[in-house]
Design a protein around this ligand. Structure first.
Ligand SMILES: [Zn+2]
Length: 411
């Protein structure tokens, strides 16, 4: 019935290109979760759709355009949904459409995202500064006759928006489904829910309970189980759940995080968090990725909790690429590659991605009364010079409450 409708679903960024970062989230993860949700829902509605990527894969702009044009051909009746999260100081959703198209679909999408509780910023077209006959974004400019819409759902570096995306991305994706259904005259039906789960290899009652936000006891009771044994292929009864929902999210360890703070942020116990990630110790490293079972209620961190970006270094006055590379025990080339830098010029305040492996032994020490550079150097088995260099300190003076990056040497 919906046979003539063709939709290409693009999950922005991927692989080496994380997209925007903020509040412990990576844009590329959520664009993929959203894209997969859209795919599943179009399948349910009997609409043909193709994902540009379905794994955490690096896709160059030219390769991305090839895949888009090759999905259903270069035709104006092909719809392209390019999913993104914004950053840079703002809040809410934006939808950008191509110069060759009108704003009908974009307006529907923005309106429906607004109904789900996202701030409605704007629907617009964007032109190249040096040639205003051309679209600014390659996803519009290089995609022939296809009708592309670029959806910036929310700002990942805004705490409100990041929480919304983390907790409600399926709802926002669903509102895109509704908009497309309305625009293309697709007969819209609500997501299919299921009330059974088939046990797969590696499953335990414990991880199934976490997947679905239940307790082991609840599942046992529902299924009249009197022990914890499961077999592959066993069908378990569960409360209704949405089959388009993905089950895990990734949390990137931030400066200042502890297992305890992450566990409480995500409404899970420290033991469960360790178990779920096969952690044998309490040590975390900045940039480390943790699986958080979805379905656990996400508790919003308190206002005074400091949330910094893990694998990101903010360029300070006096920094050079060489100096930063020394600080983090990496190379200038690696930093340039990771950040797609062409020259060597840095701007103060720019967030630079740092190869995460280099960050692993850097911890944050909040200065308390009685601390001195000397005592810290002793405590962490490092040197005063190393601490000063790492924090661009010009004197030996430190102030209470100040957060210092310290490279901990274990032996
Ligand atoms: Zn993006």
């Amino acid at each position: 019935m919906n046979n003539d409708i063709k939709i290409v679903i693009d999950a922005g960024h991927g692989g080496a290109d994380s997209g925007a970062l903020g509040n412990g989230l990576k844009e590329k993860d959520y664009t993929l979760l959203i894209a997969k949700y859209l795919k599943k829902r179009f399948d349910e509605l009997g609409v043909k759709s193709i994902l540009v990527r379905d794994t955490d894969e690096t896709v160059s702009p030219s390769e991305r355009v090839n895949r888009i044009l090759n999905a259903f051909g270069n035709s104006s009746d092909v719809l392209l949904l390019s999913n993104h999260l914004n950053a840079g100081g703002g809040e809410g959703a934006e939808v950008i459409y191509a110069l060759r198209n009108n704003d009908t679909l974009s307006n529907k999408i923005l309106e429906n995202l607004g109904k789900e509780g996202l701030k409605m910023r704007k629907v617009y077209q964007r032109r190249l500064p040096n040639d205003n006959t051309k679209d600014y974004y390659f996803i519009h400019r290089n995609t022939g006759n296809i009708e592309p819409v670029l959806i910036e759902y929310a700002f990942i570096d805004n705490k409100n928006d990041a929480d919304k995306i983390k907790n409600n991305y399926e709802r926002y994706a669903e509102s895109v489904i509704k908009s497309v259904a309305d625009y293309k005259g697709i007969n819209y039906t609500s997501p299919i829910t299921k009330d059974t789960y088939t046990v797969q290899k590696g499953d335990t009652l414990w991880n199934i309970s976490k997947k679905f936000g239940l307790t082991v006891d609840e599942i046992k009771k529902l299924n009249n189980l009197n022990n914890n044994l499961l077999y592959i292929g066993q069908v378990l009864k569960l409360p209704n759940y949405d089959t388009a929902t993905d089950t895990n999210i990734t949390y990137i360890v931030q400066k200042g995080d502890t297992l305890y703070s992450i566990a409480s942020k995500n409404g899970i116990s420290v033991n469960d968090l360790k178990k779920y990630n096969n952690l044998t110790s309490d040590n975390l490293s900045i940039g480390q990725e943790l699986n958080i079972p979805k379905g656990t209620s996400i508790i919003t961190p308190s206002e005074d909790e400091i949330i910094n970006e893990g694998s990101v270094y903010k360029v300070q006055k006096g920094d050079t690429l060489y100096g930063i590379s020394k600080k983090f025990n990496t190379s200038v080339d690696k930093i340039k590659e990771l950040n797609s830098l062409i020259g060597d010029i840095l701007t103060i305040g720019t967030n630079l991605l740092i190869p995460t492996s280099s960050l692993s032994d850097i911890i944050i020490h909040k200065v308390v009364s009685g601390d001195s550079l000397w005592s810290l150097a002793n405590k962490y088995n490092t040197t005063i010079d190393s601490i000063k260099q790492l924090n661009n300190l010009v004197s030996d003076l430190i102030t209470i409450g100040e957060e210092l990056q310290v490279k901990r040497n274990t032996k």
